[in-house]
Design a protein around this ligand. Structure first.
Ligand SMILES: [Zn+2]
Length: 83
């Protein structure tokens, strides 16, 4: 079986202020449980959304979205009122 590579990208999201920014990119260790790694990254970056991308090459020239995680506890608390 071909080895696959995974990166996780953390996103800052505010629906009220139309913000959807990628923050950081992390290599995932495919020998460890993804959910645990993703939860740790979400906590570090306080990220409400993390997307995991899969590639067959380490340079990520071609990649596909593998899975999207959402963390309600890290969603912004604003109501769009500080405009
Ligand atoms: Zn907000």
């Amino acid at each position: 079986m071909m080895k696959k590579y995974y990166i996780a990208v953390t996103y800052e999201v505010c629906e009220h202020n139309k913000i959807y920014l990628d923050m950081n990119e992390y290599q995932l260790d495919s020998s460890r449980d993804f959910d645990t790694q993703i939860r740790d990254l979400a906590k570090v970056d306080v990220a409400p959304v993390i997307k995991v991308y899969e590639s067959e090459t380490s340079d990520f020239k071609n990649f596909v979205l593998y899975k999207e995680y959402k963390f309600k506890e890290y969603e912004c608390g604003c109501e769009g009122s500080q405009f």
